[in-house]
Design a protein around this ligand. Structure first.
Ligand SMILES: Nc1ncnc2c1ncn2[C@@H]1O[C@H](COP(=O)(O)OP(=O)(O)OP(=O)(O)O)[C@@H](O)[C@H]1O
Ligand SMILES: [Mg+2]
Length: 275
């Protein structure tokens, strides 16, 4: 199993004792599989993903296990974690502007990550950066490679964010609300790229979104979280078409009618082909 989260709990100290923000969650992600995580704001989605790359706030207390190919992330040394981040797990953030360095060009930021982990020369790293920009389908990559974040659109910045996450050839991508800050057409382009990466490179994907439409089109399995707990988990199609937990039913019922009708379609058919 690529990733196995077992009985994960995360708590923060509070005035009335520890506050559990993730409560006994277990879930698995196979190689080449995509897991969607949905749930209302504050349900613990981001804490779960930060725990998975070993980036929880210092004050967080954890129990349980997060096994990346059998090795527990929660007990790894900082040094071992550095090797995991980037090389094994790539992270894509909601607002690429905050994740990107405004003072470096797209190409520099991608190449920097590569050269931190691999002994290759500048020219070679730049050539690799160009390939990655092409891979995330940035228009005119030869020109864009020297652009700075403020010179790019939100969609282009998110492509650069994905290119950075891909630079070290990770096995698992975690995307926390990667399209929330983007308009609908750009959102679709970014999801197409993520779908492609899973299909072509055999990456595993954890896709966090409050948007059930996004989850429906791009994931194989879905975990529904509510107040830190896993209330439902299973194949995306089953979870969305035949939800068993009242909370999942409420989430679906809260969708506008047309979006609800969309969920009833074949999930991957809309994404352009079988996987
Ligand atoms: N550093 C911290 N100290 C204490 N509590 C925190 C800290 N960071 C987050 N929390 C709490 O943890 C809970 C879960 O937060 P988390 O960010 O995982 O939610 P989320 O599901 O990602 O929500 P959203 O959809 O808004 O991104 C929230 O109640 C939040 O207030
Ligand atoms: Mg979050």
């Amino acid at each position: 199993m690529m990733l196995a989260i077992r009985n994960l709990s995360i708590a923060f100290p509070g005035s009335g004792g520890p506050v559990r923000v993730v409560d006994d969650v277990s879930v698995e992600v196979g190689r080449g599989e995509s897991l969607g995580i949905v749930g209302e704001s504050g349900s613990g989605k981001s804490m779960l993903s930060l725990a998975t790359i070993g980036l929880l706030p210092k004050s967080a207390r954890t129990s349980g296990e997060i096994l990346l190919e059998g090795k527990n992330i929660l007990t790894m040394s900082e040094r071992a974690l550095c090797a995991v981040r980037g090389r094994r797990i790539g992270m894509i953030f909601q607002e690429p502007m905050t994740a990107l360095n405004p003072a470096m060009s797209a190409g520099q930021q991608i190449a920097e990550g590569i050269r931190l982990h691999r002994r290759i020369g500048r020219a070679e790293a730049r050539a690799e950066a160009l390939r990655l920009l092409d891979r995330v389908r940035i228009p005119d990559p030869a020109r864009r490679i020297d652009s700075y974040p403020h010179e790019m659109s939100g969609g282009q910045r998110q492509r650069v964010g994905i290119a950075i996450a891909l630079a070290l050839k990770p096995d698992l991508l975690i995307a926390d609300e990667p399209t929330t800050a983007l308009d609908v057409t750009v959102q679709k382009e970014i999801l197409d790229i993520l779908d492609e990466l899973v299909a072509d490179l055999g990456l595993s994907l954890i896709l966090i979104s409050h948007d059930l439409g996004v989850i429906a089109r791009s994931t194989d399995r879905t975990l529904v979280m509510c107040r830190g707990r896993a209330v439902e988990e299973g194949p995306t199609e089953t979870v969305l078409r035949h939800p068993t937990a009242p909370y999942t039913r409420d989430l679906i019922a809260a969708l506008p009618r047309r979006a609800r009708a969309g969920l009833a379609e074949e999930p991957h058919a809309a994404a352009g082909g079988a996987r």
